[in-house]
Design a protein around this ligand. Structure first.
Ligand code: MN
Ligand code: MN
Length: 463
C-alpha cells in the first residue's frame, strides 16, 4: 500500500500554481512570527477577499445571509472566519482548524540583567524545544508592550536588513569536554537561555559612574525607539524567535526552510483554501487558534468557548439562534483539524515505522489517531469518516497519505482535534509533514503544501 511521490504528476500549470502558493506562504511566514502577527496578516488577507468583522456587523444590527463572509477575532490571538452557505447552519459546517502559536522563547516579566559588562534578557521557553538548538543562531524580538496609559506598542527587532539581531552564546568547544558529556537535555538548562542584548555602557553625566550601565544603555535604546521604561516589561508579551525570512530549500528548490511552520503551514493553507473557495451549500469555516503548543488552554486556546460563542453570535445574526440549533450546528459539522506530522527522516530511521510514516512529496497527511502510550489523549477518527475523505480526495485528485507520529511508544503529541470532537462532530487530524519539527528552522515539502491546500478546498466543497 505504498503511496506515490506526487511531483512527477504535475504539468506546467500545476508547477506554476505550486510555486505561487509557496511564495505566498513564505510571505505569510515572514509577516507572522507570533500569533498576534498571524491574526493581523490573516485579517488583512481576509478583508481583501471581502470578509467583514462580525463585531461591526452586530453593532450595525445587520442581518447575515447566504453568501456573506465574516470573521471574528479573540484577544488578537485567535481568528474564526465564516463563508456563509445556503443551507441552514444547524445542518452543520465544514471546518478547517489549525494553530498559529509556535515554540519559542518568551521574555520573562522581569527579564533584563547585567553580568560582567554584558546585558542579557532572561527567557522562559514556550512549547517543546531542544534547548541547545537555540544557541548561536540569530534571533529577533517580536511582541507588544502594553503601557499603563492603555497604549500598546508593537515591537519587532531583527528582521529588517539594517536591524541588529540578538543571540544566545554557547561554550567554546575548547572548554566543552564536560559539557559534551552531558545529556542533550542538560547541555543548556532552561534558565540559562539568556539572550545577549548589549555590551556597551551608557555614559553618565560628568564622569558619574552609573550602576549597571550596560543594561541602562539597552533601556536607553528601548526608551528612545519604543518609549518604554523597564517597568513596562511587566505588561509586555515579547517573543524571541529566529531572525530572518523563510527560504526556498534544496538545490532543486523543492522545500521551504523557515521558523514557525508548526503549525502555520496548515494555518496558511487552510486560510488560503477558504479565501479561494466560493460560498458553498454548507457554511465553511476556518479556525486559527493559539496555545496549542501548551495544551490548548486559556482564553485563546481551543478549549475556550470562543468558537462556540462566535457560532452562536453568527446564528443570532442570521435569525436562527437557539441553544438547540447551536448544539446541532456543532454536532453536524465536519472538521479537518490540521497540524503538522513528522516526516520520515532517513538520518533517524529507527524512530519511525516505515510503512506508517509520512513522507515528503506524498501529499496531505491523515492521522487517524495521535496520542502516546496506547493512543492516550487522542481523538480517534471514525472509519466511516475516513472513507468519506478518501473518496473526496480521490475524486479531486488530491495526493494524501496516512501516518503515525513515529514508532509505537517512542513518543507522541497532542493536537486540537479531541476538543472539537467533544461536540460530537466528525474530526480527523490531518496536515503537512515536517522535518526537524519544533527546531528553530523547520522543513516542509512544497508538493505537500500544494496538496494540503487542494485537499482543504476539496473538503470545503464536498465534506
Ligand atoms: Mn502543532
Ligand atoms: Mn507543535
Amino acid at each position: 500500500m505504498e503511496r506515490k511521490n506526487v511531483w512527477n504528476s504535475y504539468d506546467e500549470n500545476q508547477l506554476e500554481a505550486l510555486e505561487t502558493l509557496a511564495k505566498n506562504y513564505r510571505a505569510f511566514l515572514d509577516a507572522g512570527k507570533t500569533e498576534r502577527e498571524c491574526v493581523k496578516e490573516a485579517v488583512r488577507l481576509a478583508e481583501a477577499a471581502g470578509y467583514r468583522n462580525l463585531e461591526n456587523v452586530i453593532a450595525a444590527g445587520e442581518v447575515v445571509k447566504a453568501g456573506d463572509k465574516v470573521y471574528a477575532v479573540n484577544m488578537k490571538k485567535t481568528l474564526a472566519l465564516f463563508s456563509v452557505g445556503k443551507e441552514s447552519l444547524d445542518k452543520g459546517m465544514r471546518i478547517l482548524g489549525a494553530h498559529i502559536d509556535s515554540p519559542r522563547l518568551d521574555l520573562k516579566q522581569n527579564p533584563l540583567f547585567e553580568d560582567t559588562d554584558l546585558a542579557l534578557l532572561d527567557t522562559h521557553y514556550y512549547g517543546g524545544i531542544k534547548k541547545y538548538q537555540w544557541l548561536t543562531v540569530p534571533l529577533a524580538l517580536h511582541g507588544v508592550v502594553a503601557k499603563k496609559d492603555g497604549t500598546v506598542v508593537e515591537l519587532a527587532i531583527g528582521e529588517k536588513e539594517e536591524d541588529p539581531v540578538l543571540c544566545i552564546s554557547d561554550l567554546l568547544i575548547h572548554l566543552a569536554g564536560k559539557q559534551m558529556e552531558k545529556k542533550a537535555s542538560q547541555v543548556v538548562e532552561g534558565d540559562d537561555l539568556n539572550v545577549l542584548v548589549g555590551s556597551r555602557p551608557l555614559k553618565g553625566k560628568e564622569d558619574e559612574e552609573l550602576k549597571d550601565a550596560v543594561a541602562a544603555c539597552v533601556m536607553d535604546v528601548l526608551r528612545r525607539q519604543y518609549g518604554m521604561e523597564e517597568e513596562d516589561f511587566l505588561s509586555a508579551e515579547i517573543e524571541v524567535v529566529p531572525a530572518g525570512k523563510a527560504r526556498d530549500c534544496g538545490l532543486d528548490r523543492s522545500m521551504v526552510l523557515a521558523y514557525g511552520q508548526d503549525d502555520r503551514v496548515c494555518a496558511y493553507t487552510s486560510l488560503a483554501a477558504l479565501l479561494d473557495t466560493a460560498p458553498q451549500e454548507k457554511t465553511c469555516c476556518c479556525l486559527l487558534v493559539d496555545k496549542e503548543e501548551i495544551g490548548s488552554v486559556g482564553a485563546t486556546g481551543m478549549e475556550s468557548a470562543f468558537f462556540e460563542n462566535t457560532v452562536a453570535e453568527l446564528m443570532n445574526c442570521m435569525g436562527c439562534y437557539s441553544e438547540l440549533s447551536l448544539r446541532r450546528a456543532l454536532k453536524n459539522s465536519r472538521m479537518l483539524s490540521s497540524d503538522v506530522s513528522a516526516a520520515f527522516d532517513p538520518g533517524f530511521a529507527s524512530f519511525f515505522e516505515k510503512k506508517n510514516s509520512a513522507y515528503f512529496g506524498r501529499g496531505l497527511v491523515l492521522n487517524k489517531y495521535t496520542g502516546s502510550r496506547g493512543k492516550s489523549g487522542s481523538n480517534d477518527a471514525n472509519a466511516e469518516y475516513i472513507a468519506r475523505l478518501r473518496r473526496i480526495f480521490d475524486d479531486h485528485g488530491v495526493a494524501f497519505q496516512t501516518a503515525e507520529l513515529g514508532k509505537v511508544d517512542v513518543g507522541g503529541g497532542g493536537t486540537i482535534a479531541y476538543i472539537s470532537a467533544l461536540y460530537g462532530m466528525d474530526v480527523i487530524d490531518s496536515g503537512v509533514a515536517l522535518l526537524s519539527m519544533h527546531a528553530p528552522m523547520e522543513i516542509a515539502s512544497k508538493a505537500d503544501i500544494y496538496e494540503a491546500k487542494k485537499g482543504y478546498e476539496a473538503f470545503l466543497q464536498e465534506a
